[in-house]
Design a binder for this molecule. Structure first.
Ligand code: FMN
Length: 325
């Protein structure tokens, strides 16, 4: 049984990875329905939140139906991070996750995200201070190291645990790798196998089939799988993985009518949450994946992403339904 603090997550939980512009409330709700055991918000800039920037504040929106939910924050300044913890607490998440893994230049150049992998003492100090500053569980998401010459994750994980981190999710790549190459799960397994480790160690990176999730559980012995890209436009992935882990059999892919009805609900929830215009825009990036494999989908997609109202998009969905079922 994996646990974050007192939150029981069951055997080998599946975690929806934090993803900027993807893991917003509508998408999290759909993944939750399909069996995601834990969900995370998009990453939130500590500095942005303190400035009261609208985009950062909106990312604090969480709902009871998606619990347990973690709010993820990033930053490198101790004072800002502590103030951010206070702001985040008011949204009452189940836990607060610190992003020590984001590889983008804009973030690492300020020493935040994966940038902190160049200053492990600061990483430990920030974490310890945040743990002491809140009653909520603090968790960490990070990468193997800055580059191939600085993979110290074994030591880093132990130190983070020792200062009170309640779980660690590790993406099996270095910052230098960005998203290239293949995620290496062995160092994550080494962390798990360290006899001093007692907090859950979640594996992340390239879990794009039920078989890979099983490998992460059986061969690598990790406590859960964090799933990112494979879920985009494909919330059913959680149900497929769950089914496979339980029965060893593959669940059928969702039918066209299931995909249409999910795409409709996604759009409706996005509009309800974010208003007509933003709702229409933010749902567009999911359509290609929702309708993957449909012949000549390009022309329908073009119509979907150029429609200006929900009704127009629904009409295109209905055309797809009529043509392909
Ligand atoms: C579009 C996108 C946005 C992401 N945003 C975040 C983020 O906000 N916070 C974070 O910790 N990781 C972020 N990531 C990294 C993912 O959480 C995950 O670590 C990475 O995609 C590897 O997992 P995967 O192979 O299952 O996708 C993002 C990844 C993608 C593709």
């Amino acid at each position: 049984m994996a646990r974050i603090g007192n939150i029981e997550l069951g055997e080998f939980p599946l975690l929806l990875a934090p993803m900027e512009d993807v893991s917003d409330p509508p998408f999290r709700a759909l993944c939750k329905e399909q069996g995601a055991d834990v969900v995370y918000t998009e990453f939130i800039s500590a500095e942005g939140l303190i400035r009261d920037a609208a985009k950062s504040v909106q990312k604090l929106d969480i709902y009871d139906k998606e619990r347990p939910v973690g709010i993820q924050i990033f930053g490198a300044n101790l004072e800002s991070m502590l103030r951010t913890v206070e702001i985040v607490e008011r949204s009452n998440p189940d836990f607060i996750d610190i992003n020590y893994g984001c590889p983008v230049k804009k973030v690492v150049s300020k020493g935040a995200g994966a940038g902190i992998l160049k200053d492990i003492p600061l990483m430990v100090k920030l974490t310890e201070s945040m743990v002491k500053h809140t009653n909520l569980p603090i968790t960490v998401k990070t990468r193997l190291g800055w580059d191939n010459d600085s993979i110290h994750i074994l030591e880093v994980a132990e130190r983070l645990q020792d200062v009170g981190t309640k779980a660690i999710a590790i993406h099996g790549r270095t910052r230098a790798q960005m998203y290239k190459g293949k995620a290496n799960w062995q160092p994550i397994a080494d962390v798990k196998n360290n006899h001093r480790m007692h907090i859950p160690v979640f594996g992340n990176g390239d879990v794009d089939s039920p078989e890979k999730a099983k490998l992460m559980q059986d061969k690598f012995g990790l406590d859960g799988a964090m799933i990112g890209r494979a879920s985009i436009g494909n919330p059913w992935f959680f149900a497929q993985v769950k089914h496979f882990l339980k029965t060893g059999e593959q669940l059928e892919s969702p039918s066209i009518s299931q995909r249409v009805s999910t795409a409709k609900r996604h759009l409706e929830m996005a509009i309800e949450w974010n208003g007509d215009r933003a709702g229409l825009f933010e749902t567009r990036r999911h359509y290609t994946n929702y309708f993957k494999g449909i012949p000549h989908f390009k022309e329908y997609r073009l119509k979907m992403v150029t429609s200006d109202t929900k009704e127009e998009v629904f009409q295109v969905f209905d055309e797809v339904l009529e043509k392909f079922t």
